[in-house]
Ligand binder design. Structure first.
Ligand code: 5GP
Length: 116
């Protein structure tokens, strides 16, 4: 099933795209949880982190390097930021096209809520 992120990668629906190459695309989250909230996705529609294969290792590494580069461009590399990949129900994944959240621009607080 095509997800909204696959449509963004293909340019079929609009997004604020910050970076795109042959492997990954980065665009601003539509509902930002911090002053900088960018999503970095593989162009190939990999559903979850569970579906990564050996042939995706370059893509996964590219996602992290692009995140760091965008953090520098956004001026948050030194103040700091958080990279998050949610997986499946307990991880809170909503869109089943693998994505890395880049969050920063303010103190983000505890990594995980201790509430159940
Ligand atoms: P998840 O919960 O799956 O880790 O994160 C999904 C993220 O995608 C959410 O932060 C949500 O705001 C973002 N999102 C959902 N639909 C769209 C969209 O159509 N465009 C953009 N740019 N972000 C979206």
């Amino acid at each position: 099933m095509t997800t909204i992120f696959e449509s963004i990668v293909k340019g079929e629906i609009p997004a604020t795209i910050l970076y795109q190459d042959e492997l990954v695309t980065a665009f601003r989250d539509i509902n930002p949880a911090a002053p900088t909230h960018v999503l970095i996705v593989p162009n190939r529609p990999i559903p979850t982190a569970n579906d990564l294969t050996e042939e995706d290792e370059v893509t996964a590494g590219r996602m992290m390097r692009v995140a760091a580069r965008i953090a520098a461009d956004e001026g948050i590399a030194e103040s700091g930021y958080r990279l998050i990949v949610n997986c499946n129900r307990d991880g809170g994944q909503e869109v089943y096209h693998l994505h890395m959240h880049l969050l920063g621009g303010r103190r983000l607080g505890p990594m995980v809520s201790r509430q159940t």
